[in-house]
Design a protein around this ligand. Structure first.
Ligand code: PFF
Length: 450
């Protein structure tokens, strides 16, 4: 009896950590973090990003998991029952609805980028030998200029993602995750090692960690805060949904720290390796979204065993993107099923169909529809900015306010499983620090704070 309960405890804690790390670790860490660091001036961005992870990201990751476990439903249903429990307005359901809207927008461009990685997986099989930086730059340009290829790969990725959600999140994906995530980590270490010997790791280190507070600007701060939300999958209902599967015996604070730690470590490892090659090869750190695709193939072309390692790397990145994509479809699916009474099949197929169509528009924004801009942005940049720089922080702000101002403090304390000073610290951060930080950043960006 004793043994059974211990085993159950471990397996559920492990499963939650696994799927949540699967959601958190994705293109955000390996593709987006390096390119955003490059376009936002390096260390200034990294410094603010780390501060946002600590002051906003981890506390809200804990809050969202706690809301999910207490609400036991999809993001909209969870917010409704928690609002009822607190005697507050059901308008708080808007948190769940923002998440559903945001997930659809995110996946429509995320899937196109995952498509790039699929394309590069095939190229890695052929090998990058003999390609120099000019050839790689041209190759990425060719991909963007080709709507057919972009749409084909995006479609394949959507089929893969919808397929898993259709069957329910299977044991297979979880089991594969257990092997794939450590393998990705190991390959990043190999790349880092190779970067240290054959490229310029110390330049990468300076670029990421040189203390340069004067380079911090409003633009950098908003970008870094948005990225902290994106990389931890916050504000989109994913964590609330996964939290609803959490056993009562699991320590939310401890697992949240592990998840955020693993996520941050993967981003920093990816950043260090990529910039080692960027500086050694005289590439442009601010190259933008194509950065890793124009950089890492050079490393694979030069390193011993690079052919195999290159293929493995891209396969693992596809996998990391896949487990994140699942967490972007599952919350809206459960909402359609539980609230509107749709069958799981109808829900997944309609959602995936909608996202697929939007993704086609995103793919065309690189070529045929290049001239089509809203607020001066193409669809790809627009969906990215709208979600990371607006919807996610707004949802985060509302979650912080709901948790620390609307819910009964006793309920929060009981559910989060903290007591004494630790509870007081976390609660104070969620009550004051996180919401005030988000608000100040917004006010600054819209120009109200000079
Ligand atoms: N955290 C994922 C990444 O870094 O790639 C992206 C993501 C997944 C964002 C799920 C939001 C989400 F709900």
């Amino acid at each position: 009896m004793e043994q059974t309960s211990v085993r159950t405890h471990w397996s559920s804690r492990w499963a939650f950590m696994l799927v949540t790390i699967g959601s958190a670790v994705g293109l955000g860490n390996i593709w987006k973090f390096p390119f955003m660091t490059g376009t936002n001036g390096g260390s200034a961005f990294v410094l603010v990003y780390l501060a946002c992870i600590a002051a906003i990201g981890v506390p809200l990751l804990m809050a969202e998991s706690m809301l999910g476990r207490r609400g036991q439903s999809n993001p909209v249903g969870t917010m409704r029952s928690l609002a009822d429990e607190a005697g507050a307005s059901r308008a708080w359901q808007v948190i769940g609805l923002i998440g559903i809207l945001g997930s659809v927008l995110i996946l429509s461009f995320y899937s196109v980028v995952a498509g790039w990685v699929l394309d590069y997986t095939l190229r890695a099989v052929e090998g990058f030998q003999g390609m120099d930086k000019a050839a790689l730059g041209a190759a990425f340009g060719d991909l963007l200029a080709s709507p057919g290829r972009l749409i084909l790969w995006h479609s394949l990725f959507m089929v893969l993602s919808a397929g898993v959600v259709l069957g329910g999140v299977t044991g297979g994906i979880e089991r594969a995750n257990k092997i794939m995530m450590p393998a990705l980590f190991a390959i990043l270490l190999v790349l880092l090692g190779y970067g240290a010997v054959a490229a310029d790791l110390s330049a990468a280190f300076r670029f990421l960690f040189h203390f340069e507070p004067q380079a911090i600007s409003g633009k950098v701060v908003l970008a870094a805060m948005g990225h902290a939300f994106f990389t931890l999958s916050l504000g989109m209902g994913a964590i609330i949904t996964y939290g609803s599967y959490l056993g009562r015996e699991v320590s939310i604070p401890r697992t949240s720290l592990v998840i955020a730690g693993a996520d941050t470590l993967v981003a920093l490892l990816a950043g260090l390796s990529i910039f080692s090659f960027v500086f050694a090869q005289g590439l442009e750190p601010a190259a933008g979204p194509g950065l890793i695709l124009q950089t890492l193939p050079l490393a694979f072309a030069g390193m011993p065993g690079g052919h195999v390692i290159g293929v493995l790397f891209f396969v693992l990145v596809v996998f990391a993107a896949w487990t994140s994509a699942i967490s972007l479809i599952e919350p809206a699916t459960s909402w359609l099923v539980e609230h509107l009474g749709w069958s799981r099949r109808a829900a997944v197929l309609s959602l995936a169909g909608l996202i697929w169509l939007l993704g086609i528009a995103v793919a065309l924004s690189f070529n045929a529809w290049e001239g089509f801009k809203i607020f001066g942005l193409g669809l790809f940049d627009l969906f990215d900015a709208l979600t990371s720089k607006f919807l996610m922080p707004v949802a985060g702000l509302l979650i912080a306010v709901f948790t620390a101002w609307v819910m009964k403090r006793e309920h929060v304390r009981e559910e989060i499983g903290l007591s004494g000073g630790a509870f007081a610290l976390w609660f104070t951060v969620v009550r004051y620090v996180s919401p005030v930080a988000i608000l100040l950043i917004f006010l600054h960006v819209i120009g109200l704070l000079g």
